[in-house]
Design a protein. Structure first.
Length: 354
């Protein structure tokens, strides 16, 4: 018997998705940074990205970039660097995304000490209200950046559809390109990279609406789950099922669908409501809210229904399933981004590379 619960990871499907996306982007003159954070920088998976044509690996955490040192690709730090990690940032990332002069000064000092140059991409907030310089502060920020001796301003970028849910379009990305051109004119420099966002920008490629100077995207979810994230559509010629969560049945019994007794609160302080559907066949799986969020997993068996979960138990209704489930059987789920993040960081879930 195999270890349960486990996450099965089909490396070849991830490689295929990388190939599809790098090709799609290349046709539009766009380089892809393959984002490794959702799989915690597991080197074997990162290697699949590299085999799939990715030449830049990106992660939000230095700890993950460290694991990728031996990979034949540039390393990009996605989350704004902590000043307390300035030295590690310079050591383990070739490039970092930045928005604070104080931090860039710390990176400059660290780069001096390590006798190297550090590349930065200046993040501009185009309205999503996560990271980035506000538009009226761009020029004075750039003039300060250009004074640092060990910092190379590689380009500018933006991040959308993360905090504010703002969808990238011709207007906000067009404005980003315009800002790049204004900077180049005003400071007489050239910007190598105009980084136009994450998997939510992909739909613009298909519509031929991505502004020409956008030449870089940072792609995570689209590579691992084959989905663009502006509207949640699947991407042609990609797999959506590279990851499968496998759990085990620990109880299987027929029980009523409404609890017996006065209903107080459940384990999480909510007062549950129940519909009376008569006697149902219910299975308990050995996985719970400590491992996954119930709304982010989807049973492979279409006749299976998730009833709910407590910390360590997931309760499902198998009455309508054609398969006759038994105690000890495995039950499989597709997982969405939120669950993938959680499962990856959980020490209770075994990771099995296929
Ligand atoms: C996580 C992250 C990405 C990747 O986003 P996806 O939606 O997974 O493609 C890109 N850029 C930054 C700054 C990120 O933090």
């Amino acid at each position: 018997m195999q270890i349960c619960p486990r996450l099965e990871i089909d490396i070849n499907k991830i490689k295929h998705n990388s190939l599809t996306l790098t090709k799609l982007c290349k046709e539009k003159g766009i380089d892809v940074a393959g984002v490794t954070k959702v799989f915690c920088g597991i080197p074997e998976i990162a290697q699949a990205l590299v085999h799939g044509g990715i030449t830049m690996l990106a992660d939000s955490r230095i700890e993950n970039l460290k694991k990728l040192q031996e990979m034949d690709a540039q390393k990009l730090l996605l989350r704004l660097p902590m000043i307390s990690q300035a030295k590690e940032t310079v050591r383990y990332a070739d490039i970092s995304l930045n928005s604070e002069i104080k931090t860039i000064a710390a990176l400059d000092a660290a780069a001096k000490e390590l006798e190297r140059m550090h590349n930065i991409i200046l993040m501009i907030d185009m309205g999503d209200l996560r990271e980035g310089v506000w538009q009226d502060q761009i020029e004075n920020t750039i003039s300060e950046i250009l004074l640092f001796e060990n910092i190379n301003l590689l380009g500018i970028g933006t991040n959308l559809t993360c905090y504010g849910g703002v969808i990238p379009n011709r207007i906000n990305l067009g404005r980003l390109v315009e800002i790049a051109e204004i900077i180049e004119d005003k400071f007489n420099i050239s910007l190598n990279i105009v980084s136009g966002g994450n998997s939510s920008s992909l739909y613009l490629l298909e519509k031929e609406e991505i502004p020409h100077r956008i030449n870089h995207l940072r792609l995570g979810e689209s590579i691992v789950l084959g989905r663009e994230t502006a509207y949640g559509n699947s991407i042609a010629d990609t797999y959506q099922d590279a990851f499968t969560l496998v759990t085990e049945v620990v109880e299987l019994k027929e029980k009523p669908s409404v609890p017996i007794g006065e209903i107080g609160m459940d384990a999480f302080g909510n007062k549950p409501v129940f519909e009376d559907r008569g006697l149902r066949k219910r299975a308990i799986l050995a996985i719970g809210r400590q491992d996954i969020a119930v709304q982010n997993i989807i049973p492979l068996d279409p006749n299976m229904m998730i009833l709910g979960a407590s910390s360590d138990h997931l309760i499902i209704d198998v009455t309508d399933c054609t398969k006759e489930y038994m105690v000890g059987d495995e039950v499989r789920f597709h997982i969405e981004y939120g669950a993938l993040l959680q499962v990856m960081t959980s020490e209770y879930i075994h990771k099995k590379l296929l």
